[in-house]
Design a protein around this ligand. Sequence first.
Ligand SMILES: *Cc1c(COP(=O)(O)O)cnc(C)c1O
Length: 346
Amino acid sequence: MRNLEKLVRPNIQRLTPYSCARDEFKGREAHVFIDANENPYNTNFNRYPDPLQEELKAELAKVKDVPAEYMFLGNGSDEAIDLVYRIFCEPKEDNVVAIAPTYGMYKVCADINDVEYRTVLLNENFQLDADKLLAACDAHTKVIWMCSPNNPTGNCLERKQIVKVLKGFDGIVVLDEAYSDFAQERPFRYELPQYPNLIVLNTMSKAWASAAIRLGMAFASPEIIALFNKVKYPYNVNQLTQKQAVEMLHSVQKFQQWLSIIITERAHLVPAVAELPICQKMYPTDANFFLVKVTDADSIYHYLVERGIIVRNRNRVELCGNCLRITIGTPQENCELLSALRQYRP
Ligand SMILES: *Cc1c(COP(=O)(O)O)cnc(C)c1O
């Protein structure tokens, strides 16, 4: 890996971060807080929230088995994605390399930050060729983006190829594991000590049933986490979110029940859809959704909309011609989808 100082944008390296009232006062006993111009009357929300979310990180450390010092929490994973660009990529000068197809936000954030976004197509099985990815990099490549299980394809990338990228690239490697709870593969967040250039993304939006609270995570070396903390908005995760997230993390049992129902439903729904006459190809999935190539994606998409069922039409995405991406719903919702698809006539 190149020196972290060489990878970080010079202005970020030099930056003196904003020091908020809650940063300057740390720990000691106190009972009069007149340092932050807050309203003193207790509404439960009159005080600024903890800028570093210590209680929430302690809960996450138990659930995720990652030490709190290796964690950044943000307003969804989307905040972490944007921060990666703002920390490492000099606009108009640096570039990033990403697999394709994949999650759309990596490119949107590259465009917003005016950073060149290079793509390397996955193969016909949506697998990654590490050598091809590495060959697309040059001296100005700061970041490689990968996602496993990948969205919209649903599959895990081969572990050997991911490791080859991690070992072969001297910049930052982001691995988005938003869907790892639904997969059998061992998550890469456990391998952080081995790979100082690795950033793993997680979210409460999928398996943890909390998309509305907007809580995303980046797991990385404490040195990289320090950079995230330097650049983020001081109070980037609000009090309602921190409180609700802690509450959800206490419901590990409910989480595991949902997970097991969704995985069981996936095992029933995927082969049932694969047998329909409209199915051209069913792709293997390790996520809470599946990608299916159908006879006419646009027509089936609109047919389902008419019946009040919304799936994701990926017809215009590279390598995904005539593909629909379908999330595993409740057993009842999955039945309704299946029965609608059975009644479809071209
Ligand atoms: C859904 C999803 C996310 C979640 O983003 P949030 O901003 O945390 O809701 C992240 N990455 C991928 C690949 C996703 O599909």
